[in-house]
Design a protein around this ligand. Structure first.
Ligand SMILES: *Cc1c(COP(=O)(O)O)cnc(C)c1O
Length: 392
């Protein structure tokens, strides 16, 4: 990996901590006083950078959700170094026995999702660490991880037998269809199944202590007040992006107005070179673009390796000096060619904005997603981990 200094000529991401803070405030307002707000930092904090996002989220949110157990341990290290209070940290992803022991020692919560995890118990027993705090994931209709009603009794028998090393503290589920619709029938069915599931967990494990219940991600936290339960797990909206346009539309109906979310990420790039191409010249692989007139191009040192979708070839534009500059021809692995005939002044390098605001113009992850037939989640999470991320 190149050092950040040496990569100064490549593209970089600017993370706006104030925008993150603002979006946290939006959730606080929507959820009301006393509600617990959890932040999902999986996928390198949705591409924004785990290290860049953690300080703000740690200060202002109640819980942190991750896929990778190593990142959970990194949160504990951060807390030690900063003398910050310990937040609830919860690992949603798969772990091996050694990792489970490390999580127990660090006081990190783990989600249990299937009978295969019985293999964690011997390691926990021989480590003799404190009990591992666990949440049971119930599959209420997503068809992904979690115990279905059908495999529940056999599925939890081993958990009951593992209570010497497991401390069952929560129950959760995840919605399948809150983003793609403007009615929430399926979500309501899942909520009913969840309520029944929580009762079954209590009965099966003979639990009296309260269980932390959580099911809502960004969309349900906004649109389904009764799904907010004990804590919500907010991801995409914390970063200032709507889960979908349907969610945004529904928010007006449910909340009375559309909360203003602020995108926290900008992607910028210095041009590598600028030059004129005569009329009739081709640009890029496949000769898919031919200049209709003499054209001033800028070559940008950024491409699909960095997370700029190849499907944006000849479709997208970037911003230079607040003006739209079309992407000419194919997006390449490490290069992008744009038309700066009107945007550049002379041959001096320009700074292009691939995502974010420049003057009066803004390029959103939603727009890039639309052009490349995907969702904003994929646009931001696929931004290369190697890219320099700076706090703006
Ligand atoms: C990704 C994820 C979330 C967050 O979803 P958003 O739509 O980004 O808010 C919440 N819970 C689970 C289990 C997830 O996998």
């Amino acid at each position: 990996m190149v050092s950040p200094q040496l990569a100064a000529e490549a593209s970089w991401l600017e993370i706006d901590a104030r925008a993150l803070r603002h979006n946290i405030g939006v959730f606080r307002e929507v959820l009301g006083k006393g509600a617990r707000l959890g932040a999902v930092l999986k996928g390198n904090a949705y591409g924004h950078g785990f290290a860049q996002v953690l300080p703000t989220v740690h200060e202002w949110c109640n819980s942190i959700y991750l896929i990778d157990p190593r990142e959970a341990l990194a949160v504990r290290t951060y807390e030690r170094v900063k003398s910050a209070p310990e937040r609830q940290v919860l690992v949603l992803g798969a772990v091996d026995p050694e990792e489970a022991v490390a999580l127990a020692r660090a006081g990190v919560d783990l989600v249990l999702t299937d009978p295969g995890q019985e293999r964690l118990l011997p390691a926990l027993r021989s480590a003799g660490a404190r009990k591992l705090r666990v949440h049971l994931h119930l599959d209420t209709g997503l068809g992904r991880e979690g115990f279905t009603a059908r495999d529940f009794p056999a599925g939890v028998a081993w958990i009951a037998a593992g209570r010497d090393v497991l401390d069952v503290v929560g129950v959760l589920s995840h919605f399948a269809n809150t983003e793609d619709v403007t009615e929430q029938n399926y979500a309501n069915q899942q909520l009913d199944a969840f309520d029944r599931g929580v009762d079954r967990v209590r009965d099966a494990l003979e639990l009296d202590a309260p269980l932390e219940q959580h099911i809502a991600a960004s969309a349900a936290a906004m649109l389904l007040p009764k799904a907010r339960l004990d804590v919500v797990r907010a991801g995409i909206a914390l970063y200032g992006l709507w889960p979908s346009s349907e969610t945004r539309l529904s928010a007006r109906a449910v909340l009375g107005s559309v909360p203003e979310l602020r995108p926290a990420l900008s992607w910028r790039c210095r041009s590598q070179l600028i030059k004129w191409l005569p009329a009739g010249s081709y640009v890029g692989y496949g000769c898919t673009w031919r200049c209709p007139a003499e054209t001033r191009i800028a070559v940008l040192p950024v491409g699909y390796y960095d997370g700029y979708p190849r499907l944006l070839s000849s479709k997208a534009h970037v911003l230079v000096g607040g003006q739209r500059c079309p992407v000419l021809g194919r997006v390449m692995m490490n290069h992008l060619v744009i038309d700066v005939t009107h945007a550049a002044k002379g041959d001096a390098p320009v700074t292009a904005t691939l995502l974010g605001r420049d003057g009066d113009e803004q390029l959103t992850a939603d727009q890039l997603a639309l052009w490349s037939d995907t969702i904003n989640y994929e646009i931001v999470t696929r931004l290369g981990a190697h890219l320099r991320r700076t706090l703006a």
